[in-house]
Structure formats: structure tokens, C-alpha cells
Design a protein around this ligand. Structure first.
Ligand code: ACO
Length: 327
């Protein structure tokens, strides 16, 4: 047991709400189609002057308040994102500047929708041996800036916002019990990619969008998600000292599609009520979905001290991963 525990959570989302009916005015879609295929009812979309570092900083400030941690106490900041403010500098350094965490070292991590789970695992590995006692791990995105708003296959799914967790080395039996991280780089890039590239400007098959935008083979990603979610939970459980599915109180899955979550619940034979789901309000914020759902469930008292919590992410790469925590 390493005794690295989440002592505070927070979330930061834009105030602008975009409903399915709003989207039906810009692409050929309906509220009924989006709700029945995905479960999403509305999402938050950034204002012109808002970026990933803003949602990250808002979430960080909430998490620090909850944890009663001062910015100077933070030793490490990781921002998991596929939509950084800029290629340089890292969004993590921008967040450091915004929150005044002057003693932290900072970097971004790109593992798409698995980014927050990967980020917690990386921070956990650095604690306390690399001099890290308090880490701030953030998953946040501004996906509205990498969407083709004429492509109804993608623009109805993705959204903006993020969440944060303060991880502290306390010793004891609570905190991160295990992690499990997987990648498969052999999947064809057009399944889920942003085009054009930065150093690679070659086209990705015939699915290239004309602008800087997410392209996706929805059906392939759907099938991958249905396999990856249960594997993430089971893989992380296998890495604990004997915990089983029956011990799990809550599963916080990546919030991509309600039908993927329903299928995972069935595959794992776990009651659907154990899955924390809020995608109807926020859509798919990629690295942001798990920390946003974690913060909501922690703040409203669903997750209680001693609960066994499983996080499970999956996304582009392909990447997927799980984590088991004793709260
Ligand atoms: N509104 C109305 N009709 C639509 C829309 C829309 N927004 N999008 C597609 N359609 C149409 C299609 O054109 C198609 O029409 P056709 O039959 O005339 O050709 C029809 O609806 C059915 O389309 P399908 O692709 O078969 O719909 P499906 O049931 O597969 O649902 C969806 C599509 C929601 C994208 C689904 O495949 C899915 O959820 N995939 C996984 C997506 C995902 O989770 N992505 C992110 C995961 S990883 C990450 O988060 C980065």
C-alpha cells in the first residue's frame, strides 16, 4: 500500500449550455436521435475567450478549497488533455501560473479519454519517492475547437470542461490501490483522430475533414468501448490484493455513450446503479469526463469514506485503463 489518497476534487465547465435542439439548428439532427443513440441531452461549450487552462484552473481551485491545500504545497501538476491551449507552453505550466503553484513541476499528458486515469497513475508512481507529496491531476478539454461543426457524426457528441483531483501521500490503507493501463497503436488512425496533424500532414484515408477536426468511425469506436470498459475494470481489480467485482461500490466510466455504459454493466454483471453517469448534462469531454463525474459524486455524498471506487477510461490511441481506489 502506498497511501496516496485523493483529498479534494473540483470541476470547471463553461457556463454556456448548448442543447440538442440548439444543435438541430446547425446540423441535420434531432433531440430524439441524440438522446436515443447517446444519452446526451446538453453540453457545455466554451466562450471565445475560454480555453482548457481556464477550466483546469477553475477545477483546481475548487479541489484545493475542498482539500484545504495552498497552491505552494503542490509539488506536481499534470494536465491530461488532447486540446491544450497551445502546443507550447504546456497547459500544465499555464495552470501553474493561473493558480500560483510556484513550487510545482508541470507537464501535459496525452492519452485521449484515458488521460485522467493515466495521469493519476503517473502521479501515484512519483509519490513520495520523487519528492512529490501533493499532486494536482487534471483532465480537461476544449473539444469545441477541434470539431467540424458541419459533421453531425461528431459535433453532437463532444464538449468542453474538466475536473481535478488533489492526490496526497498520507500513508495508510486508503487511496489508490491499483492501476491498469493499456494501449493499442495498431488501430487505424481514422477510427478516432484529429486532422490535420502537426508534424504529419499526410491524409488519414478518405475520412479527412477539411479543417482541424476530430474524425471518427463511430461503430468501430463503439465496439472498442464495449470491450475496453469491462477490461479496464477487471484489469485494475486483478492488480489489487484480491478485490473482486463484488467489492466495488462505484464505477466511474468515461462518459462517451450511455449505450456503451449499459453494455459494460451487462458484461460485468454489475447493477447499472453502481455506475456514476452524468453525460446527459456534459456530453463527452474526453479526459474531463471522469474527474467531472468523480467530483459530482464526491461532492453530493454518494462516494463515502471506505468505498471502493473503480475508474475506467477508453479513447483514441487506442488507449484504455482502470484504477481502483479505497476512498
Ligand atoms: N443525427 C441524426 N442522424 C445521424 C447523426 C445525428 N447526429 N449522426 C449520424 N446519423 C445518421 C447516420 O448518417 C446514419 O444514417 P443512414 O442510416 O441514413 O446512413 C444513421 O444515423 C445511423 O448512423 P450510425 O452510425 O449507424 O449510428 P449508431 O447507432 O452507430 O450511432 C454513434 C452513432 C452515436 C456515433 C455511435 O456509433 C457511438 O456512440 N459510437 C461511439 C462513439 C464514441 O463513444 N466516441 C468517443 C469515444 S472515445 C473518445 O471519447 C475520444
Amino acid at each position: 500500500m502506498k497511501g496516496n489518497r485523493i483529498i479534494g476534487t473540483g470541476m470547471g465547465v463553461p457556463s454556456r449550455i448548448v442543447t440538442n435542439d440548439d444543435l438541430s439548428k446547425i446540423v441535420d439532427t434531432t433531440d430524439e436521435w441524440i438522446v436515443s443513440r447517446t444519452g446526451i441531452r446538453e453540453r457545455r461549450i466554451a466562450a471565445d475567450n475560454e480555453a482548457t487552462s481556464d477550466f483546469s484552473a477553475w477545477a483546481a481551485i475548487e479541489a484545493m478549497k475542498m482539500a484545504d491545500v495552498q497552491p505552494e504545497e503542490i509539488d506536481l501538476i499534470i494536465v491530461a488533455t488532447l486540446s491544450p491551449d497551445r502546443l507550447l507552453p504546456s497547459t500544465a505550466c499555464l495552470v501553474q501560473g493561473k493558480i500560483g503553484a510556484k513550487n510545482a513541476f508541470c507537464f501535459d499528458l496525452e492519452a485521449a479519454c484515458s488521460g485522467f486515469v493515466y495521469g493519476l497513475a503517473v502521479a501515484n508512481g512519483m509519490m513520495p519517492d520523487q519528492g512529490v507529496r501533493t499532486a494536482l491531476v487534471i483532465g480537461a478539454e476544449t473539444l469545441s475547437r477541434v470539431l467540424d461543426w458541419t459533421d453531425r457524426n461528431t459535433c453532437v457528441l463532444f464538449a468542453d470542461g474538466g475536473g481535478a483531483a488533489i492526490l496526497r501521500h498520507e500513508g495508510g490503507d486508503n487511496g489508490i490501490l491499483s492501476s491498469y493501463m493499456k494501449s493499442d497503436g495498431s488501430a487505424p488512425p481514422p477510427w478516432l483522430a484529429v486532422t490535420p496533424g502537426v508534424s504529419d500532414l499526410s491524409p488519414l484515408g478518405d475520412k479527412v475533414s477539411k479543417d482541424f477536426a476530430i474524425t471518427m468511425e463511430g461503430k468501430e469506436v463503439f465496439k472498442f468501448g464495449v470491450r475496453a470498459l469491462p477490461d479496464a475494470v477487471k484489469g485494475a481489480l486483478n492488480n489489487t490484493d484480491g478485490l473482486t467485482l463484488a467489492d466495488v461500490d462505484w464505477i466511474i466510466p468515461h462518459q462517451a455513450n450511455l449505450r456503451i455504459i449499459d453494455a459494460a454493466a451487462k458484461a460485468l454483471d454489475i447493477p447499472r446503479e453502481k455506475f456514476i453517469v452524468n453525460l446527459e448534462k456534459y456530453g463527452n469531454t474526453s479526459a474531463g469526463t471522469i474527474p467531472i463525474a468523480l467530483d459530482e459524486a464526491h461532492r453530493d455524498g454518494r462516494i463515502k469514506k471506505g468505498d471502493i471506487v473503480a475508474l475506467a477510461g477508453f479513447g483514441a490511441g487506442l488507449t484504455w485503463g482502470g484504477m481502483i481506489l479505497r476512498w
